[in-house]
Design a protein around this ligand. Structure first.
Ligand code: P6P
Length: 335
């Protein structure tokens, strides 16, 4: 049910009942993400103007220099979620371990957990290229009222109840799914409201854009090399266009609108690829499948992978269904 110019708040309320876990908690959870996205957007948009750019001189568990905006975004999303008293646990790319959260109301125990990449593509911050936030929401699996455990966070991606991203680009958009399709909302910064601008987003079945860091070509498995050469050959609807921003959210968002494939495969440099399963690949895979796309590690559906570690990495191939299937064929043939 889509109404032109519907706000995100109106949309959440109107569609809450259709959500199989229909509860006000999820609406409140989305409202807190919406608020944090607006606060982070404000800082991202003026990053060049204040001394918030550059490293804080610390290194996160990924071994990456933490940019000030990374730290800021991480703190904002975590604090907003805690203040709203709606989650019992949070895991973040910027936090070594998960955060167990006790309910502020002893008569009400929270049942949702959130996994988040607060500012993906942060290496682009200093060069004014778009970045994003990615979030993934599950119901806990351990008994309500007890502290969450690692088991609550190591659920397969096919157990997600919701997932979404914020892309801080030429405009700021929040795109999410609760398992009933994908909808995109654009922020009107003048009044601070998100409006339904992209109802029922769908990956075109095929596309002509491939997104991969070709600088790593020499290190890729033979199947990926063969697929890249396939994309570049002059035959049928090819050569495809190469577009790689270095920001997963931005490359994914463009490919979902125009049709395309994003690849971050394993290589001799990264035996499991670079992207993290829990708070990058699973949420983006849930969105992709809800938008008629596909996501795998080249052989296995991303959402069926059983996680074993909080920050584990997996090879990631995601986008238009026919393009991902073709890449998988090259991977299998080269085995
Ligand atoms: P590379 C950003 O750090 C990120 O996680 C994704 O957003 C992006 O697609 C990828 O890594 C870029 O990695 O190795 O190509 O610079």
């Amino acid at each position: 049910m889509f109404k032109k110019n519907q706000t995100l708040g109106e949309f959440i309320i109107e569609n809450q009942m259709s959500f199989k876990y229909s509860s006000g908690e999820l609406s409140t959870l989305f409202n807190s993400i919406r608020l944090a996205a607006k606060v982070v957007n404000h800082e991202v948009n003026k990053a060049g103007l204040v001394d918030i750019i550059g490293n804080v001189g610390e290194v996160n568990i990924q071994g990456e220099n933490q940019q000030k905006l990374d730290v800021y975004a991480n703190e904002k999303f975590i604090q907003t979620l805690i203040n709203r008293n709606i989650v019992c646990g949070i895991a973040s790319e910027e936090e070594d371990d998960f955060i167990a959260i006790n309910s502020l109301d002893e008569n009400h125990q929270n049942k949702y957990i959130v996994l988040i990449d607060p500012l993906d593509g942060s290496s682009n911050i200093d060069v004014n290229v778009s970045v994003g936030t990615i979030f993934s929401i599950y119901r806990r699996v351990t008994p309500v009222g007890t502290p969450v455990t690692l088991e609550d966070f190591l659920q397969k991606g096919n157990q997600q109840v919701a997932a979404g991203y914020v892309v801080y680009g030429t405009s700021t958009m929040l795109v999410y799914t609760t398992g009933d399709g994908v909808n995109g909302f654009t922020l009107n910064p003048a009044i601070g409201s998100f409006y339904l601008s992209h109802p029922n987003m769908q990956f075109p079945e095929s596309g002509s854009i491939y997104s991969v860091n070709e600088g790593n070509y020499i290190h890729f498995p033979q199947g990926i090399k063969n697929y890249i050469k396939y994309c570049q050959r002059e035959e049928e609807d090819r050569p495809y266009t190469s577009r790689y921003i270095g920001s997963l959210v931005s490359d994914f968002h463009r490919n979902m609108i125009k049709g395309g494939i994003y690849l971050y495969p394993k290589s001799s440099l990264n035996s499991n690829g670079k992207l993290r399963l829990l708070y990058e690949c699973n949420p983006m895979a849930f969105i992709a499948e809800q938008a008629n796309g596909k996501a795998s590690d080249g052989f296995t559906r991303i959402l069926d992978i059983q996680p074993t570690e909080l920050h584990q990495r997996v090879p990631f191939i995601c986008g238009s269904k026919n393009m991902v299937t073709k890449a998988e064929e090259f991977m299998r043939e080269a085995q």
